[in-house]
Design a binder for this molecule. Sequence first.
Ligand code: UD1
Length: 419
Amino acid sequence: MDIIHVQGSGPLRGEIQIQGSKNAVLPILAAAVLIEGTCCLKNCPHISDVNCMCRLLESMGCSTYWDEDGLKVDTSTLKESRLPKELVTSMRSSIILLGPLLARCKEASLDYPGGCVIGDRPIDMHLHLLKEMGAVFTIQNEHIAGLAEQLTGTTIRLPFPSVGTTENGILASVMAKGRTTLLNCALEPEVQQLCHFLNAAGAKIEGVGTDCLRIEGVEKLYPVTYMIEADRIVAGTYIFSAVATMGRIGILNTPVKELDSVLEVVKQMGCRLSLEGKHLEVWQKERPKAVSLVQTQVYPGFPTDLQSVLMTTLAVSDGESQIEENIFSNRFKIAGELVRMGAEIRIEGRRARIKGKEKLYAMSLLAEDLRGGAALVLAGICAQGNSLIGNCHYIERGYEDICRDYRFLGAAVEKIVRS
Ligand code: UD1
């Protein structure tokens, strides 16, 4: 098992460039299934979830390769609509292949998806939406067999603005017969990027950036080159890292508009921000102040994906704070590890009460999910002594090289490869 060795260190200082967005590139790779020919994704992050999605595409007969321009995906040789269990069950995002496969192959066969265990992650909304468009599913022993002779446009209101369901709906609709109206859609920037990619390929999606998408089905989509935007969650991770360590860092390509709710919280913690173009300077002069309550919400609210690094930051802040997690049911897993490091955290249902401590103590820690893993690396940087973080493959699902990034910012963080 590979581990990350973290030496507790002082304030982070330096400049950093943010990788392309994981949550944008995964549905865009799924969208490539709808396009015969070779698409090019620039600024695609080198992360294990992208590798997994590429292997899924290859298992369908597509080819994927990296060159100096980015990631190329050629789906002209796609022939297989059955997805291998070991890949599907290793990544939640495999479910967003269901819509495109039904659209292109008229059938799909896959197991229930996997992913980080951060609470119940059902797929009922995905299946319901596709059924409304004419798909028929047979589900046996967590295996899904889907058929759709002709996906047909209709009006569908999502019961909750689920990101993945909105994406599956878009992917199923762009080449469906007639017009689809999706109501109560997710507004996340990654959904908007998917729409921009598809519209560049010839799709007709209106209402991008609103909760009502109107999609006119087209006969054909055409290969495109598309630039993936910077990852707002990775940027947020390093913003909180500067705050927690009382550091001063520069982020060269900040997706600043997407970080409104996050910047609002760090400002409350006493953080100074200055922005020039996309260059964001983050400066925390004193110990961060506690915040009375941060609630995770769908976009543009505070993102659940930054809740864990927020928790680490509040664990070393001055005063008592509360976090309310409203998106996933089991996303306070790092609380136990932080408490072992000396943090004072009480979990009461959806709420975490955190009394900040001046010091955390180094420990051997175990990551249990992607964002929680990154938050533990930050806790190690804030702690006194040397920490070890196991299960670091979780972190590699979404961060290209978290050790490299923190080293750029002056921390001693190193991966130790164990055979
Ligand atoms: C996406 C993001 C993930 C982020 C999450 C919320 C990607 C690849 N992942 O995940 O990083 O944390 O959005 O912003 O983009 N739900 C159902 N039934 C369904 C689908 C979802 O009950 O059929 C529930 C989920 O259990 C969860 C909530 O809806 O409680 C939100 O999930 P959703 O927005 O779908 O998240 P993902 O698309 O899985």
